[in-house]
Design a protein around this ligand. Structure first.
Ligand SMILES: Cc1cc2nc3c(=O)[nH]c(=O)nc-3n(C[C@H](O)[C@H](O)[C@H](O)COP(=O)(O)OP(=O)(O)OC[C@H]3O[C@@H](n4cnc5c(N)ncnc54)[C@H](O)[C@@H]3O)c2cc1C
Length: 323
């Protein structure tokens, strides 16, 4: 049996979990084993309906009202107990931030190795041969995993439902105590972004150290408004508090794929590039002709962004008829 740990957010199963189930189903078919899943949360029985068409033989429900705000250590302990009881051949989860965190907690408890962000998994002797994404997807690594725990890189392959004859549901009751709830999410603050989101925008304007201050991001916002785009930033911009962390583009931020990325005052560190390399076109505005980001540019303007962006805004306004 392969066990997939399901992630849910605000009462909905996240897409990377459905993608993981699809990979798990194919793995199970190749190896002649069954697939099962586990959902831990508060009142999650209704969610099992969304899993009906993913070829699952069994779904384990671990319900606890104290999981409502997420309690990763308690959930990891519950899942570890389920794994010890059911002894699956392999255990997988989506390679999201939460999925990787949960799997790390589970494998630390069980003293087992894990491989994160896999795109392909094959049985290899008493372990697995995995291909996994490294460096935010800039390279693929082939590795041998002497263990049975792995996460699946989000969006590496689509979720493919399949008609399923029957799916058994079983409640699992773990043994938890008070200290398992030491780590809990206290509050969740949603981003206040208005307009098009960074992930959906067709045009993204990125600002780095060269922008100079939070106030100067106003001209990037103005340009984004004219192009129906969104504004993001490098880690320097978010670390300096010029932009919220949710606007960071890169390895430890968002990975964007707009039609056009306009990088302003950004040098082009690899950690930034892995976040924007999916862009169809990159326009660079930078005062240093030797800035590494020019190597990635489809179009480049060498100059001071504080002169170039206002000139661009003026020109776009003129082209739009002064609106
Ligand atoms: C583990 C790890 C994870 C990281 N994750 C990320 C990440 O997710 N995202 C990320 O962005 N970084 C990340 N970083 C940081 C990354 O290595 C770089 O330090 C960062 O991207 C640099 O930001 P920057 O380009 O804004 O600043 P700088 O490298 O300082 O570059 C500023 C650029 O602005 C130009 N400039 C200055 N003034 C002007 C002007 N007036 N007009 C035009 N151009 C001007 C300069 O020529 C220069 O090229 C990470 C680093 C580590 C170690």
């Amino acid at each position: 049996m392969i066990l997939t740990i399901i992630e849910q957010d605000k009462g909905k199963i996240v897409d990377p979990s459905l993608e993981t189930l699809t990979l798990a189903r194919k793995f199970a078919a190749e190896n002649g084993i069954q697939t099962s899943a586990a959902i831990a949360g508060h009142q999650v029985r209704g969610l099992s309906d969304s899993l009906k068409n993913y070829g699952l033989a069994k779904v384990y429900l671990i319900e606890n009202e104290r999981f409502a705000k997420s309690a990763p250590d308690a959930i990891a302990k519950s899942l570890s107990q389920l794994i010890e009881k059911t002894s699956p051949t392999a255990v997988t989860a989506a390679g999201t931030e939460r999925g990787n965190e949960l799997m790390a907690r589970i494998t630390a408890r069980l003293m087992q190795p894990m491989a994160a962000n896999c795109v392909e998994v094959k049985v290899d002797g008493d372990g697995f041969r995995v291909t996994r994404q490294r460096w935010g997807g800039s390279l693929l690594e082939d590795a041998v995993l002497k263990g049975r725990f792995f996460t699946v890189a989000p969006h590496a392959a689509p979720a493919e439902p399949t008609p399923t004859a029957s799916m058994e549901i079983e409640a699992f009751n773990p043994t938890l105590d008070e200290k398992d709830f030491r780590v809990q999410i206290g509050e969740r603050i949603e981003s206040e972004r208005k307009g098009v989101s960074l992930m959906d925008a067709k045009v993204v304007i990125g600002g780095g150290r060269g922008v100079g201050s939070a106030e100067k991001f106003a001209m990037l916002e103005e340009l984004a408004g004219l192009l129906h785009g969104a504004v993001g930033g490098s880690r320097v911009a978010t670390n300096n508090g010029w932009r919220p962390h949710s606007d960071q583009i890169g390895q430890t931020g968002k990975q964007i794929a707009p039609d056009l990325y306009i990088a302003c005052g950004i040098s082009g560190a690899i950690q930034h590039i892995v976040g924007c390399k999916g862009s169809k076109r990159i326009l660079v505005i930078n005062s240093d002709a030797d800035a590494p980001i020019f190597a990635r540019a489809d179009y480049g303007v060498i100059g001071d962004l504080h002169q170039i962006i206002p000139a661009l805004i003026e020109e776009i306004r003129r082209a739009k008829g002064g609106k």
